[in-house]
Design a protein around this ligand. Structure first.
Ligand code: UD1
Length: 339
């Protein structure tokens, strides 16, 4: 049975929620994180929430020896690989850094797995690999054409996994293509804590609602959508976390590699999000309409049916749950994990 899981990036937003779901399901996560975009306080909070001493190693996935040592010392039988850089805009000005951390880092981790003989890995990919949708909802067989270096690195790792698995019969992988994760664990002890100005919609709205920022900029209201603003497939991070447990179980049961979308299949516009968040928080969310953001598309949402068929999983939390839990986290931690 797969039981001990090395979780790279386990202190991050999705990683910390996945650790919680793993522990609830009886797994033992071992966290490896360099805290470049996460906070060690998240691990302390996880330990308190679970009443469990979760092992954590501070280090970089590009350090192959360190990865191998962690896999060996803790007798890990699988890996969930979250660690990576994820800001689209930044990837355009720091492409070399993105390829280094995301692609070289994944290669290093795979090398360590090979050295130690660990052969099950779940990889955090993104709907960004599809690029501009040619058909909606997005199915897993939609053509892959990322439009920025961040997306290219995600696709490059997908291809690396596929090639390595073809050359090493024992390696099996699960690639999870996330849509837009939002919300927080209902305890409000862990959540999203972006550094600096948030580039994603939900954390920005939450910081406006809590009074940390004056107003939201809505990036364009002239898209071909019902209200003119961009439509996305927002998914509660706890639903997303649960899918990782299912994915690990699947990798164990069938031993077939797979690629699957993780979304709800429902699209909400920026104005829908503002309205839902205002209602959940009881706060007004001032906003201004600005120009479109370069690289944005009108509508993105998933076809989640393969996830249900393959993993027996589907998202159960609604938009109101996402807003309520994100707001509860934001109000309980107005400055994130900072004291
Ligand atoms: C972005 C990334 C995507 C990445 C995902 C991670 C881009 C182009 N895409 O997706 O590759 O996988 O984050 O979560 O950056 N919006 C505003 N005002 C804001 C922020 C966003 O109006 O201050 C709008 C956007 O124009 C978009 C929607 O809100 O219509 C969602 O934006 P965001 O949260 O950044 O997600 P994506 O653009 O879908």
């Amino acid at each position: 049975m797969l039981r001990t899981v090395l979780v790279t990036g386990g202190a991050g937003y999705i990683g910390s929620h996945a650790c919680l779901a793993l522990i609830k399901a009886g797994y033992d996560p071992i966290i490896l994180d360099n805290f470049s975009n996460s906070n060690a306080v998240a691990i302390q909070r996880l330990r308190a929430l679970c009443q469990k001493d979760i092992p954590a190693i501070e280090g970089d996935i590009r350090d192959t020896n360190l990865c191998a040592k962690a896999l060996r010392d803790y007798e890990c039988d699988s890996v969930i690989h979250f660690a990576g850089l994820k800001a689209v805009g930044e990837s355009q000005t720091k492409a070399l850094e993105y390829y280094d951390v995301n692609l070289v880092g994944s290669h290093s981790l795979l090398r360590a797995m090979q050295d130690v003989g660990v052969n099950r890995i779940i990889f955090s990919s993104s709907a960004t690999v599809y690029g501009v949708p040619k058909a909606l909802p997005l199915k897993e067989n939609h053509p892959l054409a990322p439009t920025n270096p961040y997306g290219q690195t995600k696709l490059a790792v997908e291809r690396l996994l596929s090639d390595v698995a073809a050359s090493e019969a024992n390696l099996k992988y699960g690639i999870l293509r996330y849509f837009n994760p939002v919300g927080a664990d209902s305890s409000s002890r862990i959540g999203e804590d972006p550094r600096g100005v948030p580039s994603n919609l939900m954390p920005f709205i939450a910081q406006v609602a809590v009074g940390r920022r004056e107003a939201l900029m809505v990036f364009g209201n002239d898209y071909d959508t019902p209200d003119g603003t961009g439509v996305r497939d927002y998914i509660h991070v706890s639903d997303l976390a649960d899918a990782h447990v299912k994915a690990l179980e699947k990798l164990e049961d069938s031993a077939e590699s797979f690629i699957v979308n993780l979304g709800t299949g429902k699209g909400y516009s920026v104005l829908d999000m503002i309205e839902a968040f205002a209602s959940a928080s009881g706060q007004s969310i001032p906003y201004n309409i600005s120009n479109r953001r370069v690289g944005d598309v009108a509508v993105v949402y998933s076809d989640p049916s393969y996830a249900e068929k393959l993993l027996g999983w589907k998202a159960v939390r609604e938009l109101d749950d996402m807003c309520r839990d994100h707001w509860a986290w934001q109000t309980a931690n107005p400055r994130g994990y900072e004291k």
